[in-house]
Design a binder for this molecule. Structure first.
Ligand code: ADP
Ligand code: MG
Length: 243
């Protein structure tokens, strides 16, 4: 069964139709890249999948493991295993990074009938993952994303992903604004997490990231519709010939 099935998805923002019938099926373990010009609806699709407010779904359905998620709030979708790394990560003044991560992990554990995670064990685990991403420990004590540089915000999103271990991770232009070292770090994080039961949607403008994360499929989103699909070779051709 598909981990994610998008059927004829249509959505509006401020009364304007942005997604005009999207069909996409993602099996467990697959990595799908979404490419396409600015303003084609890539972020809108990511937000609609994650259940963010302000987007009106006017048609179609989205199923996770065969069950429609359209009536689920974003926090329910997160607890069901969906994770979205934002193109523009949100600042959470007054919420320290470590506490935020622990709250998110515990919400999911409680939902699954598990006990809260042992605090010491948790801090150790987060520190190790942060170190892999060259995230300074001091950063985890600060309010989430407040005063972070663009690159720090992106690495922080990847840390959240590594700690939350989602079954479906959506990365919306996580590579934009990253230098080549940080880009490799992000790719390593994704590759490290790839497994038979976990799937990824990688939204990106550039084929650069896909050199490091070889996706199984590449789709081109243009004017709210998927106009082409192919394998990794498609990304190479797009880089050369444009959309
Ligand atoms: P992409 O991520 O592919 O660059 P977006 O999904 O951000 O594209 O935007 C798709 C279209 O929807 C654009 O024309 C954009 O102007 C419009 N749009 C997105 N968000 C809003 C919003 N909150 N209010 C009005 N228009 C929006
Ligand atoms: Mg976008």
């Amino acid at each position: 069964m598909a981990l994610l099935e998008i059927r004829g998805l249509r959505a509006e923002v401020d009364g304007q139709e942005i997604l005009k019938g999207i069909d996409l099926e993602i099996d467990p373990g697959q990595v799908h890249a979404i490419m396409g010009p600015n303003g084609s609806g890539k972020s809108t699709m990511s937000y609609v999948l994650s259940g963010r407010d302000g987007y009106e779904v006017t048609g179609g359905d989205v199923l996770m493991n065969g069950t429609s998620i359209m009536e689920m709030e974003s926090d329910e979708r997160a607890r069901a295993g969906m994770f979205l790394a934002f193109q523009y990560p949100v600042e959470l003044p007054g919420v320290a990074g470590m506490s935020f991560l622990r709250a998110a992990v515990n919400a999911r554990r409680l939902d699954n009938g598990e006990d809260e995670i042992d605090q010491l064990e948790f801090v150790k685990m987060v520190r190790a993952k942060a170190k892999d991403l060259s995230i300074d420990e001091e950063m985890l004590k600060r309010a989430v994303n407040v005063g972070f540089s663009g690159g720090e915000k992106k690495r922080n999103e990847i840390l959240q992903m590594l700690v939350l271990e989602p079954t479906l991770a959506i990365l919306d232009e996580t590579d934009s604004g990253l230098d080549i070292d940080a880009l490799k770090t992000v790719a390593d994080g994704v590759n490290h997490m790839r497994s038979e039961t976990r799937s990824f949607i990688i939204v990106t403008h550039y084929q650069r990231l896909l050199d490091h994360i070889k996706p199984d499929y590449v789709h081109v989103l243009k004017d709210g519709q998927i106009i082409r699909s192919g394998d990794y070779e498609l990304a190479l051709r797009l880089e050369k010939d444009g959309y």
